[in-house]
Design a protein around this ligand. Structure first.
Ligand code: SF4
Ligand code: SF4
Length: 224
């Protein structure tokens, strides 16, 4: 449920439709009373070549979800997630600086090839130039957490000087570093704070050193 002071997310754009894309049905961790799955695994309701097999009765979380490509004009049209390997996602983020929730955007690179996606640099530059907090997200193995880091400060100069090659170099470097992250298994269990379920991170077994890009919690990528 949306908190009272949480900013509203924009509605989907009229000229963008999911078409044959089903990326969010695989890439996201879903915590819904009617459906629980962890990132990287296909939803059991997906039908090959047909999309959702329970479309008319799909869970509320699925009904309400749109990715950033469907919601944000400044995300280039060629970046549909199944074509580009890039999943933009709007999220509400608690800002320590302003002490309130704000809208942020996460950019999940589903594969290394996503770094070559046409329009990636331009879209990120547009978000950063507009002052939107932008997070780079790199998924761990299926069922594991993702690595994430806010990139605004890192790419600020490249955006200011319109240095596309420089921006892509920074993203590639952060991607490489994120892949060495300390990914941890996600478990979904009953929510101790009330009804429903909650995804949490399994206890660490063997700590490994993550550097600049930190490993996010189980909620780093989720369909809520
Ligand atoms: S990732 Fe976006 S375009 Fe793809 S199915 Fe989900 S909402 Fe639609
Ligand atoms: S139930 Fe939700 S996650 Fe599963 S296939 Fe349908 S829309 Fe996708």
């Amino acid at each position: 449920m949306t908190e009272p002071d949480a900013p509203d997310l924009p509605p989907p754009l009229a000229d963008r439709a999911c078409g044959g894309c089903t990326v969010c049905c695989v890439a996201l961790t879903i915590e819904d009373k009617d459906l629980q799955k962890v990132q990287g695994y296909r939803c059991p309701h997906m039908k090959t070549g047909q999309g959702c097999g329970i479309y008319d009765t799909r869970p509320g979380t699925c009904r309400e979800f749109y990715c950033g490509w469907r919601q944000l004009k400044w995300v280039r049209g060629g970046l549909r997630p199944d074509v580009s390997g890039v999943l933009f996602q709007l999220r509400r983020d608690l800002s320590a600086a302003i002490g309130a929730q704000r809208i942020a955007v996460s950019v999940t690179l589903l594969t290394r090839a996503a770094l070559q996606a046409e329009g990636l640099a331009e879209s990120i530059a547009a978000g950063v130039a507009a002052g939107v907090p932008v997070f780079l997200v790199v998924p761990g193995p299926p069922g594991y957490t993702s690595a994430q880091a806010q990139i605004n400060d890192h790419v600020h100069e490249a955006v200011r000087t319109r240095d596309k090659a420089g921006l892509l170099r920074i993203l590639a470097e952060m991607y490489r570093e994120a892949r060495r992250g300390d990914f941890r298994r996600i478990v979904i269990e009953p929510n101790p704070d009330g009804g429903g379920v909650k995804a949490k991170v399994a206890p660490r077994v063997a700590p490994r050193g993550a550097k600049r890009v930190t490993t996010g919690g189980a909620t780093a990528v989720r369909k809520t």
